[in-house]
Design a protein around this ligand. Sequence first.
Ligand code: FES
Length: 205
Amino acid sequence: MAELQKDPVTRAQFIVMGTVGTLVGAVLTIPPVAFMLSPTIKTNFLGQSDVPDDWHELGSVFEVPSGTPKLYRVEFPQNQTYNGEDPLLGKGTIMNAVLVSWMDGEIPSALENASQGGLSASQIEELTSQLNVMSNHCAHLGCPVRWFPDRDEFLCPCHGGIYDINGGLIGGPPPQGLYYYAFEIREDGGIYVKHEFTNGEPWVV
Ligand code: FES
């Protein structure tokens, strides 16, 4: 009688191969995902950023419309470092898209009565409390969200995340609302941002 052929791979070998395959998969997957989520991960979860802590001008409060967000782009300088050592790849820039809207889309009374010549401290305080300065990266996996005026909502094209004009989460897989930039409003109405975010809570000075 013919002898049954032995399994060429033992159970122990099979388990070792599976473990090695998992490790290789993790090594190939984690760095790109971490890169995609940066700078959110670096700023909010690791508490560090390799972007200098400077203010950058976005635009003016006088040009933010009612009922719809305004999109700005800001280029932050970035120091490419490795473990805090000397720059590995030198210096570069990182382009961010920033969404700016008034709370609930309504222009505050402080702006209607303001002159472009100079805002008072109390006007700046009120405008600051009414302005949303948000990242366009979805809080789920970082895809860029877009404003749909016919729905009055931000929609994420990747998995259907939905946010309101204040960045609040309406539905879908994101665990929270959009991230908010640290910002300040100056006397001439200029809006300035830092490459620093609050974790789903509006920025408060
Ligand atoms: S990345 Fe936006 S819903 Fe998944």
